[in-house]
Ligand binder design. Structure first.
Ligand SMILES: [Zn+2]
Length: 193
């Protein structure tokens, strides 16, 4: 079983330095047409080597089977492999982030480093020294740690933050990909970890 520390290590394959002007990466500039589009999200889970591209929302409604598949993909791959319902609002942020950068030619899957975590799994991470809050929103299906290969953490986190959907944690790390971003649907707040 891959340990969390391994999956968080930079893989050395990412591109770097792709930093468009900040004003482009502002989700508040999106028009209604963007939000009415069918929502297809492409995710990979480096820890379990899974990959999927799913149309999960269309005509104002969640497509239940695809949504369940997404929840399964965000399951606790490091613990007991448990699946939990994931807050649809989180998928809105994740899809929005991916769809936003696609408009600028960045067609990379969303890497999910961590989605749902069982309390035991969360505790294990804490004991291993991986940043994890005691009352983590990961444990209630309302948080994900993400990365997009072509974007550094600052650009990705800035974009996620601009959706104003919840908390954003910036985890800068050395290496080609420069870390990851925690996104949740809790109170709007930002931090660096
Ligand atoms: Zn997190």
């Amino acid at each position: 079983m891959p340990r969390a520390a391994d999956q968080l290590a930079p893989s050395g394959t990412g591109m770097n330095g792709m930093e468009p002007p900040p004003d482009i990466f502002d989700a508040q500039a999106l028009d209604l047409e963007f939000w009415l589009r069918p929502r297809t999200i492409e995710v990979v889970r480096p820890a379990s080597k899974e990959r999927a591209k799913l149309l999960y929302w269309k005509d104002g409604e969640i497509i239940e089977s695809a949504y369940q598949d997404l929840c399964h993909l965000l399951r606790d791959v490091n613990g007991g492999n448990e699946t939990r319902t994931i807050d649809p609002k989180l998928f809105e942020t994740l899809w929005g982030t991916q769809a936003f950068v696609q408009r600028y030619g960045i067609d990379a899957p969303l890497e999910i480093l961590s989605g749902y975590r069982t309390p035991a799994s969360n505790q294990k991470l804490r004991e291993a020294g991986v940043p994890a809050a005691r009352q983590s929103l990961h444990m209630v299906g309302r948080a994900a740690d993400i990365r997009i290969a072509a974007l550094n953490s600052e650009v990705l986190g800035g974009l996620v933050k601009s959706f104003r959907q919840g908390g954003v944690g910036f985890y800068y790390r050395a290496g080609p990909r420069g870390g990851w971003i925690h996104a949740d649907t809790g109170l709007q707040r930002t931090w660096k970890g």
